[in-house]
Design a protein around this ligand. Sequence first.
Ligand SMILES: O=C(O)/C=C/C(=O)CC(=O)CC(=O)O
Ligand SMILES: [Ca+2]
Ligand SMILES: [Mg+2]
Length: 382
Amino acid sequence: MALLQSFIQVHPDSHFPIQNLPYGIFKPQPTSSPRPGVAIGDFVLDLSEISSAGLFNGPLLNNSDCFQQPNLNKFVSLGRPAWKEALGDYTDFFSSLHHTKNCGLIFRGPQTPVLENWYHLPVAYHGRASSVVVSGTDIVRPRGQAHPAGKPSPYFGPSLKLDFELEMATIVGPGNELGKPVDINNAEDHIFGLVLLNDWSARDIQAWEYVPLGPFLGKNFATSISPWIVTLDALEPFACEAPKQDPPPLPYLAEKVSKNYDLSLEVHIKPVDHKDSSVVTRSNLKHLYWTLTQQLAHHTINGCNLRPGDVLGTGTISGPEPEARGCLLELTWNGQNSLSLNGLDRKFLEDGDEVILTGYAKGDGYTIGFGTCSGKIVPAAP
Ligand SMILES: O=C(O)/C=C/C(=O)CC(=O)CC(=O)O
Ligand SMILES: [Ca+2]
Ligand SMILES: [Mg+2]
């Protein structure tokens, strides 16, 4: 099949060729109002202009003001037929078996690294949407309580174990009404697209606070996402079978097609004053045990309503190899070992470190990607 070509020159390594037209919000000038756009190569197509010019003349988008908005929520809520940042709620899952096993070993020891419920349902916690920030936003080192092992009492101060988490996230499309769950086999129609997500985590604050109700201040100080929402249609050529689930899931989670995506994921760290960044992990979205559709269906099965623009984090995506671990907690085994960044030792993030997530899939002569999701650590408040 001849490769689809655009009249716009796009480099073969660009994440945004004509096969991938991701949605985002941009300003043509710093003083312009924010508006929806689509990325292609190094350019952005202004959807508000296309719409004003009357070029959306199909039955669903004709006469709609969904592109004259400062966010994508109105467009997203039209549903999959119409889409062939302002954000809603944020939930974070825990769906990579490798990540779960490693965290269990580190936090709880070798008796039961993976708890029994994990194999039966996609475990998650409710995150905080107010602190979801777009790529490029600085991350202030959080302060909080910690209680290191062997010390008689807790102390308060800047986190000494600041970490990243390599994740992706589903951006919810139309969503569902309160009380009306989404059927597992229709769940794909509720996914507008995917972004990269970094669930910044203060491991010392987290370890002391999270029992018994789960993550709180160790994680809700910031969560970064990449700016362009890549549609599932663009990712379809890279769909692959998800891992076999044993024990088999209960019927409400059993899907006719159990799909993951073969998408390479990398994390780079660039220390302050360093010219180059170092790759610290290489993983892949295909390692998720619980699929994106199982996460979404499970989230609604009790009647909980999802809304357009809600963010569902996948959880840290670790692969089976030690080099594919998706956070420093796992890579350095909670600071017992160091990583080398071009000769510089790292156990956890230091002030000035910039963390850059990227994700892409290589097609025949083109690349589909997410751009980057980056954030630089700045010192804690005095
Ligand atoms: O297994 C445990 O006791 C705890 C694990 C975690 O808290 C992992 C974590 O940071 C959750 C996440 O991936 O956001
Ligand atoms: Ca997480
Ligand atoms: Mg977070």
